[in-house]
Design a protein around this ligand. Sequence first.
Ligand code: GLU
Length: 437
Amino acid sequence: MGTKSQSREKVTSTATRQLSSSGEELNLFKIAQSQLDRAAQKLKLDPGVHSILREPMREIHISIPVKMDDGSVKVFKGFRVQYNDARGPYKGGVRYHPDETIDTVRALAAWMTWKCAVMDIPLGGGKGGVICNPKEMSLGELERLSRGYIDLISPLIGPEKDIPAPDVYTTPQIMGWMMDEYSKLQGHYSPGVITGKPVEVGGSEGRDDATAMGGIYTVREAARHLKIDLKRATVAVQGYGNAGSFAAILSSEKFSSKVIAITDSKGGIYNKEGLDPQKVLQHKKKTGSVINFQGTKKISNKEILELDVDVLFPSALENVITKENAPMIKAKIVSELANGPTTPDADEILYKNGVFVIPDFLCNAGGVTVSYFEWIQNVTGNYWDEEKIYSQLDKKMTKAFKDVLETYLKEKVDMRTAAYMVAVQRVANAMKLRGWV
Ligand code: GLU
């Protein structure tokens, strides 16, 4: 980075720095901006295009009043960040999390822009968030919060403007309420405003396991490139929510790989002979965690990342692979089902050590790709079967992986930078063709 762009960053950046004890930047939006800067430099991107892409186009900050079950009123802070819509309506999930921040939502909105572009689907990027702890809220409180969120952002969303979806701690049921609220405000049924809905109210077949399924297709392609036999491969899964649990199940069912370790927010389990991911999921549903699953040893969230496995799925939250633990990562393939699990310093270390990273906005793009299929079905009224969903998803994921791999081999950059180069160039072209620059 030259001094010119650094000084521009000081003037225009809205993000505050957030350093780890070892001086590593952990503010997700700063991270997203520095990843973009790197790709911009490689692409010799026009400075005007670059500065547009460094910031969200629009941010909505809201205060949502919710009547709580005890009769009190609580006000929740929420956000919707509309990052870039050069290629189509803004698209991206809504997170409910006690630690949500505007900078996290900004970063995730930027990553949605790159995700839709790398997949070559005609959508832009956006993200939403509400600072709340859904684990401490009743269903009624969650419903009132979700309807209140939509009431406040409704003038700025819609099937042709901005289409929210599920993300961390938001569910198909929540999407059903959100779609209903928007439809009531419009005065007609409007399923295309939200994706990730239950199938009975306009949701798509295959949306549940779409994120993991998409990731699985990219792992298959990565293994083909690296000549790894997935039938003999060992797998570790950090995070056992929607993406992580399906990734474990699909690795074992589709590839016959051996899943040897699984963790969730409470701890983890290890068995070198292999675990049955379905049974582990049943155990988690019953007890609230994967821990204490019979016949296993304990393993921590930190230890699982350093296991000597063929495939590691970081499937929980951001910033888990840092410059501290990156030198200890032994996995051959790191498939990032979570958003933002690896810091830029860690990226450099992994690249030098020959660890093959399938970057988040490529690896976990199956979710938004099936959301795109759902939106097509909603606006056309023509619904697809599961077979069509999976075959179209496979086609899209395989093509995106190949586009990125080609740039990776040609430009001799890490896979993340390659994915950025493909995505940013597509968004930049759209901006130019629309006459924005
Ligand atoms: N929240 C998911 C993501 O980060 C899905 C977004 C969507 O379906 O719009 O990709």
